[in-house]
Design a protein around this ligand. Structure first.
Ligand SMILES: [Zn+2]
Length: 102
């Protein structure tokens, strides 16, 4: 079941430049379409606004799930689980090496 319309997905795809916003893997090289992730999860009040939507490969999306924080592999601190390029927009910082969503 799609959580956003195809039109919105197309906007998210363009906004992301066609790559997973968490790991930067290109969708065109993957066999499955990427998911549209709610950076701040819908179940926790996140909106469908483009600023809250990120293109996410299935691996990153399944690992992140509804997490709002992730363990930064760089220094071990918990930080906002946001795509690295979006960190400035939410006033948080997260290392590009932050790959765990546990
Ligand atoms: Zn990814």
């Amino acid at each position: 079941m799609a959580v956003v319309s195809e039109a919105v997905r197309a906007q998210v795809l363009t906004q992301a430049g066609g790559v997973c916003e968490y790991c930067r893997y290109p969708e065109e090289f993957h066999s499955r379409r990427f998911a549209v992730d709610h950076i701040f999860p819908r179940v926790k009040g996140g909106t469908d606004d483009l600023t809250n939507l990120a293109l996410s490969c299935r691996n990153c999306n399944e690992r992140k799930q509804d997490a709002t924080e992730a363990n930064d592999l760089g220094d071990g601190e918990n930080r906002a689980a946001v795509p690295p390029a979006r960190a400035a927009t939410v006033g948080k910082t997260i290392s590009r090496r932050a790959a765990t969503f546990a």
